[in-house]
Design a protein around this ligand. Structure first.
Ligand SMILES: [Zn+2]
Ligand SMILES: [Zn+2]
Length: 332
């Protein structure tokens, strides 16, 4: 063989080897389509005998031939790789959070936490909540003071949890109408705190209702919005938030607890149904189990039905009387 021909032959061979390598490398996760253009089929080689014994399965090209140019991925490997890939994408999505813009680095952050839809996991040390939230914010460059308002139906909350949260300066509010209260509190906050400031919402119910108000509001004002929830929404949000966490992941980040108390309010506990405030867990728990409270609660629920039971706009407008007058006073 002449040397030129031999070189060409070696080159062709090398290209073929490279192609095999490329085909092999691209066969990662659950293959969608074979490099030959063929559709993937779910091949079961050994017949299924029981439901629990699914035979030997492959993701196989419909034109499969054993020449190294078609896909034939063992089912277990494909699924395992696919999950690893998806997990990586979830992590990356979290890393895509924007760093704080300069005007928000030292401005304050107000957090509203809906404890009904984003509860604490069983056995979680409540004193870890504040450092976890603050840690997540600091990672993105938010160093300003953080106030945290926790809301929800607290009648069955464990006093231990209430005490733990309160000891880190978290304000606790009992209410059966979390969304209305968040919306109301947000409006109040904006009156008292002109931008720049960051608003953090921890709730699975931000969309669809709250987000309508927030996005309209957002366009008019210069508040920065960040979110945490227990799921990753399937579609694009209409909110222009700059960061988003999975609540579970956020909570898992800080093993430390904190007991540094910086009270942002004269009282730590508030019953939204009765406008009752308390300084200690004992007083608060006593109130929540009292006849008086039960009566108020009954009437407040009765008077707010049926609008409050659906996701309508009306529930947003439903602000308890005393709160409403307070709002008026603030807005002058
Ligand atoms: Zn093929
Ligand atoms: Zn009450």
């Amino acid at each position: 063989m002449d040397p030129a021909e031999e070189r060409r032959d070696t080159k062709r061979h090398q290209e073929y080897i490279n192609m095999l390598g490329n085909v092999c490398d691209s066969e990662y996760g659950i293959p969608r389509r074979c490099p030959c253009g063929g559709r993937m089929i779910d091949e079961v080689r050994v017949k299924e005998e029981h439901e629990t014994h699914p035979g030997k399965r492959f993701f196989t090209c419909i034109n499969y031939e054993a020449d190294g140019l078609h896909y034939r991925q063992p089912w277990v490997v494909g699924v395992q790789e696919e999950i690893e890939h998806l997990r990586k994408r979830v992590d990356e999505a979290e890393e895509m959070n924007d760093q704080a813009a300069p005007e928000y680095v030292n401005s304050k952050t107000a957090v509203w936490w809906d404890m009904d839809t984003c509860p604490l996991p069983d056995g979680y040390d409540a004193r870890r909540v504040r450092p976890s939230i603050e840690g997540a914010l600091k990672d993105l460059g938010y160093y300003g003071p953080v106030t945290i308002n926790a809301m929800g139906n607290l009648e069955n909350a464990h006093p231990h949890v209430l005490q733990g949260l309160s000891s880190t300066g978290i304000l606790l509010q009992h209410t059966t109408r979390v969304r209305s209260y968040i919306y109301h509190d947000l409006s109040m906050f904006k009156v008292d705190n002109p931008p720049p400031a960051t608003i953090m919402l921890i709730s699975d119910q931000v969309e669809p209702v709250l987000s309508i108000f927030l996005s309209l509001d957002h366009q008019k004002s210069y508040y920065n919005l960040v979110l945490a929830r227990t799921f990753t929404p399937p579609s694009m949000s209409r909110l222009c938030h700059t960061a988003e966490w999975l609540w579970q992941t956020l909570l898992a980040r800080s093993p430390e607890t904190t007991s540094c108390v910086l009270r942002n309010s004269a009282s730590s506990f508030l019953c939204g149904s009765c406008n009752f405030t308390a300084l200690s867990v004992t007083d608060f728990s006593r109130h929540l189990s009292s006849e008086e409270h039960k009566k108020e609660e009954f009437f407040s629920i009765k008077s707010s039905l049926p609008e409050d039971s659906d996701e309508g706009e009306e529930s947003m407008a439903k602000i308890p009387k005393r709160k409403r007058s307070r709002k008026k006073k603030h807005s002058g």
